[in-house]
Design a protein. Structure first.
Length: 335
């Protein structure tokens, strides 16, 4: 009777196999063939497991070289630590989820739901009994939102590029253009503004920082090229300069608001540099250093007769031009 020599490959569950693969990847750089031999699985299964490890957020890197290159985790990496939350922390997590309801169908919303489900699985029965109450604490009310469900695969590419600092090629269309333009971009940050998603990064085409609206992207592809974020890049600095998302040199803005809306100006932060000065008649003057003339114009117009621009001259000119054009719609036509 004859038989095979050597050990029979041990069969692992998926969780055991992934844990073993993480241990191997944290000990040295390995190729797909080496992982297949060590884990007793096919190359195709190795690629599926590597993708799963990346999807779970582990800092997996791939370096090209001769042939297929090598894969590795940080040396002695122990994996992501377990997470435990109190009922109040879970409540706050649901608040964050409700605020991001407009991202339904995207990997970000799926990830938040996945985190909540994992946490719920470890909650005591008494807490689970109160879960329905937790779910009813926050009620989101979104208006004029953009739908990103159709961009799920595109956002998965951007998410991976942001996490691994890999260059992407993307097709983007400007608002006033009919055709898309291909850009090679080093993605630095994902900006959330007015229920919209914007990618901030270095455009190799423009040789400068650019902001790309996700809803105007038709395609994104991950490259093997890695990049380093410049030490002087600061997402906070961009939000300090711009009133919205248009990054223009800041100007000194002064706007007088009437008494009827003064409380709204006092109760909210409209820009990080703002200063609100009360007036004797109950009104206020809002002063700030901000760029983005187009967005500032639209914002001032939204206040109607309750806002008067005092400076700069360029903003006064833009607001006046829009009001004059709007007035033509309500001026009786000569018969």
């Amino acid at each position: 009777m004859t038989g095979r020599k050597g050990r029979h490959p041990k069969k692992y569950s998926q969780a055991e196999r992934l844990a073993q693969m993480i241990r191997v990847l944290a000990s040295r750089a390995v190729t797909v063939n080496e992982l297949a031999e060590e884990c007793g699985i096919t190359r195709r299964q190795v690629y599926r497991d590597l993708a799963r490890i990346q999807e779970e957020g582990h800092p997996l890197t791939h370096e090209g070289g001769h042939g297929e290159g090598v894969w590795q985790l940080p040396l002695n990496y122990k994996g992501l630590p377990p997470i435990t939350l109190s009922p109040y922390e879970l409540m706050s997590l649901h608040l964050a989820k409700s605020h991001l309801d407009y991202l339904a169908g995207t990997p970000f919303a799926d990830d938040v739901t996945g985190v909540i489900n994992k946490i719920k699985a470890g909650l005591p029965r008494r807490t689970i009994a109160h879960l329905e109450r937790i779910l009813q604490v926050f009620v989101p009310r979104h208006r004029m939102v953009r739908s990103y469900g159709a961009k799920k695969s595109l956002l998965e590419v951007l998410r991976q590029a942001l996490l691994l600092q890999r260059t992407v090629t993307l097709s983007h269309r400007k608002p006033d253009a009919e055709e898309t333009v291909e850009h090679r971009v080093d993605p630095y940050s994902l900006l959330l503004h007015m229920n919209g998603l914007y990618l901030v990064g270095y455009s190799h085409r423009a040789k400068d920082l650019r902001t790309f609206a996700v809803e105007r992207m038709s395609h994104a592809e991950l490259t093997e090229e890695r990049f380093d974020i410049p030490p002087d890049f600061s997402p906070k600095a961009i939000t300090q300069r711009a009133f919205g998302i248009i990054d223009e040199p800041p100007r000194k803005i002064r706007i007088r608001f009437s008494r009827e809306v003064a409380h709204l100006l006092k109760e909210r932060e409209w820009h990080p540099t703002q200063r609100v000065t009360p007036l004797a008649d109950g009104g206020v003057i809002l002063t700030m250093e901000a760029g983005g003339l187009q967005e500032l114009t639209k914002w001032v117009l939204s206040w109607g007769a309750h806002a008067e621009v005092l400076a700069p001259a360029e903003l006064i000119k833009e607001v006046k031009a829009h009001l004059t054009a709007a007035q033509q719609h309500y001026t009786p036509k000569a018969s």
